[in-house]
Write a protein that binds this ligand. Structure first.
Ligand code: SF4
Length: 904
């Protein structure tokens, strides 16, 4: 066994990991105690990374189909890349460089990004290169540039320890950035006087730690921030000296802010003016106020304005450029920052240069030794897929992202993918929602198999290292791009220049850092050797430096023409899609604690399914009642773009008139086109980011009386292969979900329909779950429509299929999940009874994924412990170990403990 240091590939916290491997397999992952982002901590996703590397679903070989409708066939790398090169060159020759596009990802490494960017701009001559970071970070980019003059978070994680007021806006950091949230919890524990304000329409796990929760109406953030400014002005909490010395545009903002008196703003936001005034006082009087914000501000048609209006507050109060103070945008993806730094988005240019600037484009062209960089703006993500749908873009190269799950308005996106003349998909996994649309599949090395660098939210560049070789014929992304680029160049120009003559990611990084010299992202002094010797470093790191720059703008000078930061006088605009009588609910989408994006990676880890096994729409009890629904009902959600069926759950943390859906479910785990069937493709005019966070929907009960639940552990133990076979059944039903079961290595398929399917379908499903042999217990009540099958293995429940009314599901799942002895129950296992004959206690929802501890045991431990909430949590931790490994469940433990105290 050997160990190697690398970086977690999930979120933008950028935790350092230590990978244990035996050269051929990655066997474990632990937090790197020396990495300054996490000091040894990891969340549940990071801790299970080793379980995502191998197994069914990996893309292993290049595949190609020459004609639409045909099946893809395995081919050699030469054949695949020659085909890509010929088709791209042919398209460019016939229709011009803007007839092709590259849609890449915030999960790529900086070196991969650089290679793609050079291919698009220096060789092909198009700015049609955009990243899925458009969906999460582009409003933060535009907000920073509009106010501070450059896309650079001025803060660092250590600021959490120095702040005495933290405002968290539009971020459920407890779930989306768990290790960072542990740091906020620590800061609060060390300094009980630390004031935490959480701005979120939902009472999230993050809001549980808040001293003040501002549950604003969806999309009213700008009104809130202007209202806070108005209150600060009236109470003398702004810093006229800082405003005069370091900013411009104050007069216009001051005038605008007069329209947002506390009462007016509070009414727009649906909060009390007392709450608003309290927030203004805490923000304004603190010695150091830090703002942390994320998708709630960014994923909006007014995302840039929301970012800018919050940054206004920091500039007006001088809370910037000091320890503990500043506006800190949290990045969703592990290398969204790297994409921004390398300019790998349609409206950016490398090293934070300006695409619209003739001088900046000429400088990049000169550094790349090419005649020019195209001036025509490229298509951003939503625009790109619209152009593909209309035929304007004919060939698209998609890398490391899954647009058939993640883009809004899925029906239109899938029409675009189907209409494209050529779809090249460069992917680690061959089973994504986008994969069926690919004409060419290029297998890419994944995490643990490739080398490079990433930049986290605090501008810190870390090394990503390979522990093992990639499986099959998969190759690192940078290598695929460079190899294809040389072939495209030969096709277009008849010869190959040294443009893509890279033999390692280190060489790419060296060329890239040369292009940052003199820029605000200057890392001319940072190379792989330095990173090896002194560890991860923040940019800028100029030549001759001995360490990166922890904070920016301490001298009050900003990278604008005047050197002054700019206030943004932006009026409040309501959400892009309003509710009405037909679509009366505000739908909010967001992350769950244990899943990541479209579940391509996290969905392969059984224990990450325990916390939220199936997708559900969370509704306030009042809305459930108003629509004649109860928890557990299958409901139809409808927006102006499409419909979706999911289960309804009751959730008091969601305000009346609102609904919440997790963003993760696509068509691989849910019948239909996934959550983004509903979402809105309207984009922010400044950042081009779509309003994924909000749209208007209706909810109604789906009358689907026939139910099926099948679950089981496959005899060959390959749950991922069984899951893939189960997924193929999803389109057959009006409602269906499938999942890994967090215990017993199993798979679950739940379906519902207006009427029972044919006997052939049932027989096929029985065969799928290996419920068709002689060892299977059978019960057929054709009169009532109940058909039941149970298979035991060594006296334990191994597989079950209940079709009809599904009675007995819960206790049979407990027997399966807990591995309880069942042989003695005999025919009782087939009885359609709601109560367990053997008295199996339900574990409830899994709260602690690390140790598989359910809500029932936790509630029992909390109730019997006595004392205050902290005592009860400590007792449960000692008794059950829950919350003692990654800590991601601590907010939930504290909530349950508070309920136990109330009930005592
Ligand atoms: Fe990975 Fe979790 Fe750290 Fe994010 S917080 S980088 S998901 S371990």
């Amino acid at each position: 066994m050997a160990e190697i240091r690398s970086t977690c590939c999930y979120c933008g916290v950028g935790c350092g990991v230590v990978i244990t491997h035996d050269q051929g397999h990655i066997t474990a992952v632990r937090g790197d105690p020396d990495h300054p982002a996490n000091f040894g901590r990891l969340c549940g996703k990071g801790l299970s990374l080793h379980e995502t590397v191998t197994g069914h679903g990996r893309a292993l070989y290049p595949e190609l189909r020459r004609q639409r409708g045909a099946a893809r066939k395995r081919v050699s790398w030469d054949e695949a890349l020659d085909h890509v090169a010929q088709r791209f060159a042919e398209t460019i020759r016939q229709h011009g460089p803007d007839s092709v596009a590259f849609y890449i990802s915030g999960q790529l490494l900086t070196e991969d990004y650089y290679a793609f960017n050079k291919l698009a701009r220096a060789l092909v001559g198009t700015n049609n290169i955009d990243s899925n970071s458009r969906l999460c970070m582009s409003s933060a980019v535009a907000g920073y540039k509009a106010t501070l003059g450059a896309d650079a978070p001025p803060t660092c994680y250590e600021d959490i320890d120095h702040a005495d007021c933290i405002l968290i806006a539009g971020s459920n950091a407890a779930w989306a950035h768990p290790v960072l949230f542990r740091r906020i919890e620590d800061a609060k524990a060390k300094n009980p006087d630390l004031k935490i304000i959480v701005v979120d329409p939902r009472r999230t796990a993050t809001a549980e730690i808040a001293d003040l929760h501002l549950a604003i109406e969806p999309g009213t953030d700008v009104a809130l921030f202007h209202g806070l400014l108005n209150a600060m002005l009236h109470e003398g909490l702004t810093r006229p000296d800082y405003i005069a010395a370091h900013t411009e545009g104050w007069a216009a903002l001051e005038t605008l802010a007069r329209d947002y008196a506390p009462e007016t703003a509070a009414e727009l936001c649906g909060i009390s003016s007392d709450q608003l005034l309290t927030a203004a006082r805490w923000f304004g009087t603190a010695k150091a106020t830090l703002s942390l914000y994320c998708m709630g501000l960014n994923q909006s048609a007014a995302g840039t304005d929301k970012n800018a209006a919050l940054i206004n507050l920091h500039l007006a109060t001088g809370h910037i450029g000091r320890a503990g103070a500043g506006p800190f945008s949290l990045t969703g993806q592990p290398n969204a920052m790297g994409g921004r730094e390398t300019g790998s988005m349609a409206n950016l240019l490398i090293g934070h240069r300006d695409l619209a600037s003739d001088a900046d484009r000429a400088e990049v062209a000169q550094l790349w030794h090419v005649p020019s960089i195209p001036a025509r703006p490229g298509k951003t993500a939503v625009e790109m897929f619209e152009a593909i749908r209309s035929g304007q873009i004919k060939a698209v190269w998609i890398a490391c992202t899954n647009p058939a799950q993640s883009l809004p308005d899925q029906i239109a996106v899938r029409e675009a993918l189907a209409a494209a003349e050529l779809v090249v998909l460069q992917e680690t996994y061959a089973d994504t929602e986008t994969a069926p649309y690919a004409d060419v599949l290029l297998p890419a090395a994944g995490w643990g198999e490739k080398e490079g660098t990433v930049t986290n939210s605090e501008r810190r560049i870390s090394r990503v290292r390979a522990a093992i070789a990639a499986p099959g014929e998969a190759r690192p992304d940078w290598q695929i791009v460079c190899d294809a680029a040389m072939r495209i160049e030969r096709e277009l120009k008849g010869s190959v220049s040294p443009l893509f003559n890279f033999d390692s990611p280190r060489r790419i990084f060296d060329e890239y850092r040369g292009l940052t010299r003199g820029r605000n992202t200057d890392i001319s002094g940072l190379d792989y050797t330095t990173l090896e010797m002194i560890g991860p470093q923040q940019w800028p790191y100029r030549e001759g430096a001995t360490h990166g720059k922890q904070r920016l703008y301490g001298d009050g000078r900003f990278p604008t023409t005047s050197g002054h930061a700019r206030f943004a006088a932006v009026p409040y605009r309501a959400v892009a899609e309003s509710t009405d009588a037909r679509f009366p609910l505000h739908l909010n989408t967001g992350r769950l604690r244990d899943q990541w994006h479209g579940m391509t990676r996290s969905g392969r880890v059984a224990r990450l399914w325990g916390h939220a096994p199936e997708p559900a729409v969370a509704l306030n009890p009042a809305d459930l009642a108003q629509h004649g629904l109860k928890a557990g009902d299958i409901v139809q959600l409808q927006s102006r773009r499409g419909t979706l069926r999911v289960v309804a759950e009751v959730d008091g943390s969601v305000a009346p008139g609102q609904a919440f859906l997790p963003m993760h479910w696509g068509s691989r785990h849910l019948a239909g086109n996934g959550i983004n069937t509903l979402t809105l493709p309207v984009i922010d005019p400044k950042s081009f980011q779509p309003e994924l966070k909000h749209c208007a929907i209706s909810v109604s009960k789906a009358e689907l009386p026939w139910r099926l639940i099948a679950f089981g552990t496959p005899r060959d133990s390959d749950a991922l292969a069984l899951l893939a076979r189960a997924q193929a059944w999803l389109p057959q039903f009006e409602f269906a979900v499938c999942a890994l079961t967090p215990e017993a290595g199993g798979v679950l398929l739940r379906a519902a329909a207006t009427q029972a399917p044919s006997d052939d379908v049932l027989a096929a499903l029985h065969a799928l779950f290996e419920l068709d042999g002689n060892d299977v217990m059978r019960y057929d009540d054709r009169h009532r429509g109940n058909v039941r099958r149970v298979r035991l293995n060594a006296g334990r429940v191994a597989a079950v299929c209940l079709s009809g009314d599904g009675t007995g599901e819960s206790w049979l799942r407990e027997f399966h999940g807990q591995g309880l002895p069942a042989a003695a129950l005999g025919a009782m296992l087939l009885a359609p009874t709601a109560k367990a004959p053997g008295g199996a206690a339900a574990r409830g929802r899994i709260v602690c994924s690390c140790f598989g501890i359910g809500e029932t045991a936790i509630n029992s431990a909390l109730r019997s412990a006595g004392g205050d909430a902290a005592n009860r949590v400590a007792a449960a931790q000692q008794q059950l170990r829950c919350g003692t490994q990654c800590g991601s469940c601590l907010p939930e433990l504290r909530r349950l403990a508070a309920s136990a105290v109330m009930a005592a």
